[in-house]
Design a protein around this ligand. Structure first.
Ligand code: ADP
Length: 260
């Protein structure tokens, strides 16, 4: 009996997202440089979850899905909406960044209370971690209680890194998030037990649209934009983003921010 309300929420989110996506595509297409590659790639990535949701909605409308199956279907739809939502966020970022503005969007610096920030950040991963039976362990240096930064940008960088750690790791693995203060810097490290990245790919993964061959399967549903955007946001925060990886045995991404 709770299904109709949840479905309505999903449908609302979905409509909102599709409208936002359409706006972003128009903005990108209108921008001066040639963005056809990017638009084509994103269009392709976005089509898969949209088709999946469309089919499921139709199946529900046609009464093909039994009451018992509705919960499971909703779960699948929620998963597709997550993917769409992440692609939308990336498209928004890129639209803003590529508008050829003289400066990048200004930082909205504020005092961020780490506890609250992490609670919000980590709870957004409940769903995807549960799906893959992955654990996330957190280790925070007790010296780090607050930091001055643009909370939204920091959230987007860490979200991308944790999403990747989950996406490029098998089921039943652990992701380690560590936060420490070292030599005037705050270091966020995200370590996974996943597929790892070959040395020759380690520099390229920060390039726009670059994806390691192996990840180009529809299941991971990426766009090759996450790290490009994360790197650019990191520069805006006057930090550094680095990767270290042992191919086949996992990766560590380190985000270093100035401790002000
Ligand atoms: P996307 O994940 O959408 O493909 P990203 O820019 O986030 O794009 O990542 C670029 C590529 O870097 C990915 O396609 C993948 O090949 C590789 N990659 C990123 N994070 C990891 C990770 N934690 N482990 C292994 N490979 C990764």
């Amino acid at each position: 009996e709770h299904a109709p309300k949840e479905l309505q929420t999903l449908a609302d989110d979905f409509n909102e997202m599709v409208a936002a996506l359409a706006d972003s595509f128009t903005a990108l297409e209108k921008s001066e440089q040639d963005k056809s590659n990017l638009v084509a790639q994103l269009g392709h990535d976005i089509k898969t979850p949209i088709t999946a949701i469309k089919n499921q909605i139709e199946a529900i409308q046609d009464g093909v899905i039994s009451k018992e199956e509705i919960d499971q279907t909703l779960d699948q739809m929620a998963f597709q909406v997550e993917r769409l939502s992440s692609l939308t966020k990336q498209l928004m970022e890129i639209t803003i960044m590529e508008k050829a503005l003289p400066q990048s969007p200004a930082n909205q610096e504020q005092k961020v209370w780490l506890d609250q920030f992490l609670l919000k950040l980590l709870s957004s991963f409940d769903y995807i971690l549960r799906k893959k039976q992955q654990k996330l362990t957190l280790q925070v240096d007790p010296k780090v209680k607050t930091l001055m930064t643009d909370e939204g940008k920091l959230n987007r960088i860490l979200t991308n890194l944790i999403e990747n750690a989950s996406k490029y790791s098998p089921v039943n693995t652990t992701i380690y998030l560590k936060i420490e203060a070292v030599n005037g810097q705050i270091i966020f490290s995200i370590k996974d037990e996943g597929i790892g990245i070959k040395t020759i790919d380690q520099q390229k993964i920060f390039d726009r649209l670059y994806r390691v061959e192996k990840s180009r399967n529809p299941e991971t549903g990426g766009s090759g934009l996450g790290l490009y955007i994360s790197k650019s946001l990191t520069e805006q925060l006057k930090g550094e983003l680095k990767v270290e990886s042992d191919y086949g045995n996992g990766s560590i991404f380190r985000l270093m921010l100035p401790e002000i």
